[in-house]
Design a protein around this ligand. Sequence first.
Ligand SMILES: [Fe+2]
Length: 246
Amino acid sequence: MFSPEQIRSSLSAVLRQRLPFIASSSPTAGAFARHSSAIPEQILVRHAVEHVFRIRLFRPIDVLATQLLLDLDPAIGKLWAGYARSEAVHDRYFLRDLSAMGVDKNTVREIPAFESTLQLVKFLEMASHNEGALPIVLYSFWTELNSEIGSLPIIRCNERVFGVAAARGASAHRNLDHNLDHLGMICRILCAVIRNDEDLLKAARLLAVITGFIGEYFAELDSWSRNHDVIRRLPLPNGLQPNLHQ
Ligand SMILES: [Fe+2]
């Protein structure tokens, strides 16, 4: 049996090994990792839109993980169920931020989700047929670790560019993650799923595959921005002008 700290440390090492490659091969990922003030305004908007899609697309697979975990260990299944239920409605937070950026719900509805997001969800669902809840919970490990260490510069950037109201949802989401210790909770859930060295190796391999989808997401974001897609936006409230260089 591993402790939550051992799980966190082993899986973080996988991310530390893989993520720099993504940051060096994608200009957008590089900006997210190192120079958030250089992220173009349209990318900030498109990134928030994809948050909405990801939360919605994950609802069915999070429910699948609940069933699988309840079969494995009812207490752990209950813990995950509470977590997944709360995450499932956080698209509202990002929709509110988008509205403050001048993007309404109807505009979001017209935008297709990125292929990389659809493929990620498909992969996690398929992988769970053989591996149980592990692949789905591993994705949450990545999101919670990213919330803890990577999301603050992006929140600050949104505040600078679009105003405080445009980052209120993302900020509330991050505070919840922190106050409820979502990362610690996910590591405790992983302890019930990763029971020996072989499982840990399997988890490391799955997480490496998941980072491949993260890389695909940033490549798609790069390509989207190169093609100059523009999301229709309303004027910002109070005549606020987006400004990347404040
Ligand atoms: Fe969370």
